[in-house]
Design a protein around this ligand. Structure first.
Ligand SMILES: NC(=O)C1=CN([C@@H]2O[C@H](COP(=O)(O)OP(=O)(O)OC[C@H]3O[C@@H](n4cnc5c(N)ncnc54)[C@H](OP(=O)(O)O)[C@@H]3O)[C@@H](O)[C@H]2O)C=CC1
Ligand SMILES: O=C(O)C1=N[C@H](C(=O)O)C[C@H](O)C1
Length: 242
């Protein structure tokens, strides 16, 4: 039975994953939060999942590399430097990084990429997300993934196109940009919409997470899959065969 270790085990996602493991064919190897021994956890698990905070990423990857243990990174709020660190670790071990482990969002990203590739540049793309009041990063990792998918569909790089939030005298919208808006409140598990706004018509592609269970089950499915993979960087598409 594949044993799964959890970085960030006392958090909302860590608790949801630990609770779901017995129903999945895996076993719980243990978990740590602040102050725990990352190296010991990495040595004792067949595969690791990280749902903690960006500041802990380097420590968790270092422990995973030293123990040669594959790792799923679900933490969001990552910068370019974090992504370069993941690429470096993926030379030694299997690493799957995703802003969203649900099947629905993987499907939505594929639909967004397709729509963006077919609709002309005169269809403006805006990404809207809403999450619970305790979320600390914006835009959400998922919103950025969906923005990436739209940019990819247009053969561009999101970093050249993104406009995050608007306030004040912004001027008119620049053609081809991809806008992001974030709402926070209550206990919303995760709502995402990608709006394609054309001349006189509008298409909205949406996903609503009804609970964290979908993320927890997706994370465990990804971990069980990743445990048998060669070193490299993977996404949920590989797990789901999309
Ligand atoms: N990819 C996906 O599908 C999903 C990703 N997420 C992402 O996962 C992350 C966690 O979300 P959530 O569980 O809601 O957040 P929580 O704040 O509930 O949990 C995070 C946990 O990590 C711990 N932690 C924080 N910093 C460190 C550190 N430096 N070292 C070790 N542990 C640390 C926290 O401890 P303490 O409370 O003591 O700070 C807390 O227990 C977020 O980035 C979120 O966006 C969430 C849902 C789905
Ligand atoms: O913090 C959360 O809760 C979530 N974070 C992820 C994100 O940033 O996209 C995934 C999910 O939407 C819930």
């Amino acid at each position: 039975m594949t044993s799964i270790g959890i970085f960030g085990n006392l958090g909302r996602m860590g608790r949801a994953i630990e609770a779901a493991i017995p129903r999945t064919g895996g076993s719980f190897a243990g978990g740590i939060d602040h102050g725990g021994d990352a190296s010991a956890l990495a040595r004792s698990a067949d595969v690791l999942v990280d749902f903690s905070a960006p500041g802990a990423l380097d420590r968790h990857l270092t422990a995973a590399q030293a123990a040669a243990t594959p790792i799923v990174i679900g933490t969001t709020g990552l910068t370019g430097a974090h992504h370069r660190r993941i690429d470096e670790a993926a030379r030694d071990i299997a690493v799957l990084q995703t802003g969203n482990t649900s099947l629905g969002i993987a499907m939505l990203a594929a639909l967004v990429k397709d729509a963006a590739s077919r609709l002309g540049i005169d269809w403006d793309v805006e990404v809207l997300e809403m999450h619970h009041r305790a979320k600390v990063d914006a835009p959400s990792g998922t919103a950025l993934m969906l923005g990436d998918a739209a940019a990819e569909g247009r053969g561009s790089d999101l970093s050249d196109l993104s406009v995050v939030g608007r306030a004040g005298l912004t001027g008119e919208r620049t053609d081809g940009t991809i806008g992001f808006a974030s709402l926070r409140g209550g206990t919303v598990a995760g709502d995402h919409s990608v709006i394609f706004a054309g001349n006189g018509e509008r298409i909205t592609l949406s996903h609503q997470a009804e609970s964290r269970d979908i993320f927890a089950h997706g994370a465990i499915r990804a971990a069980l899959w990743l445990a048998g993979q060669q070193p490299g960087r993977y996404t949920m598409n590989a797990v789901l065969g999309l």
